[in-house]
Design a protein. Structure first.
Length: 303
């Protein structure tokens, strides 16, 4: 099928515990509720793209288990093409603690995600893909190969280096759009990124290493963008109620990708991404909270 977006990445089944605070070391703490749902950065980003009306192909690996079946079902339910998803071993898991503030902490068990191998990345994936999205929850050699193949076929690459890991300069130079949060930017540069001013300086340094743009997301503090046309801070969309920020960054990337595909000015794409991700934090769960275009169009006519 003809696609707008090729997502090569992670698929995790998320187990979320709602709790007032994190337990202390050695403390047994009572949670307030349990949620189970499909997730993983790759799966989340694919679903958000699809919910906004883009044609999406997902490449990844899930376990040969009930979690894997649920992950594939969620993709299919959201019209994501998943004929090239492998099933092997045990599914990747995300163990997420959602705090009363709406913030979260998570631990990832990679599971089947690392069973996606370089031999699974076919040239045909890139022959007709206007945008390739990658993250760092799969094997690094797979990410590197996918970036190289995307350049070979002249496909723009959006890399979400999350969780952050070292990427050599030669590989990074083939990335068009680099998206990281402040923690990931700090890892890549080796110094703290605590404020929007720090993030802007970090983005300017990282911009010299990629082809088009660097976006550093800052949660409720918005985001900073450095490209040939943009160089500044964008405020976050204010929310009256923040329930769960799980997957908000993935929602942001899905909406940013929509703007790229629709050839919107980067500034408009960033504002749209902020609006979409703000919608997502007002309900529990990553994919289940992601908006469709109809949910956000009443405020802004993006098309």
């Amino acid at each position: 099928m003809k696609t707008d977006v090729l997502v090569i990445g992670s698929l995790n089944f998320d187990i979320l515990v709602k709790q007032e605070r994190l337990p202390l070391v050695g403390e047994t703490f009572t949670g307030e509720g349990l949620l189970q749902m499909p997730g993983g950065k790759g799966g989340n980003q694919a679903v958000q793209c699809a919910r906004l009306g883009l044609r999406v192909k997902m490449v990844g690996c899930v376990g040969d288990d009930l979690f894997g079946e649920e992950l594939i079902k969620s993709l299919k339910d959201n019209d994501v093409a998943c004929s090239d998803i492998k099933q092997f071993g045990a599914s990747g898991l995300g163990l997420v603690q959602i705090l009363k503030s709406g913030d979260y902490c998570s631990t990832i068990i990679k599971g089947a995600n690392y069973a996606l191998e370089v031999g699974d990345i076919k040239d045909s994936f890139f022959a007709d893909s206007p945008l390739v999205i990658l993250q760092s929850e799969i094997a690094p050699e797979v990410v590197t190969l996918a970036i190289e193949k995307a350049r070979q076929f002249h496909c723009p690459v959006l890399l979400n280096n999350a969780p952050a890991r070292d990427i050599d300069r030669a590989t990074l130079s083939k990335v068009d759009y680099l998206v990281v949060n402040e923690t990931e930017a700090a890892f890549m540069l080796g110094y703290p990124v605590a404020h929007p001013e720090d993030a802007l300086k970090a983005a300017r340094v990282l911009r010299t290493q990629v082809r088009k743009a660097v976006i550093v997301t800052l949660g409720e503090k918005g985001s900073v963008v450095v490209s040939d046309d943009e160089n500044g801070h964008f405020a976050a969309v204010k929310c009256d109620t923040v329930v769960d920020t799980t997957g908000a960054g993935d929602s942001y990337i899905g909406a940013l990708s929509y703007g790229i595909i629709k050839q919107l000015p980067l500034a408009d794409s960033i504002r749209f991404a902020s609006e979409v991700s703000a919608f997502s934090v007002q309900n529990y769960g990553g994919q289940g909270s992601f908006p469709t275009l109809n949910n956000v169009q009443p405020c802004h006519a993006y098309s």
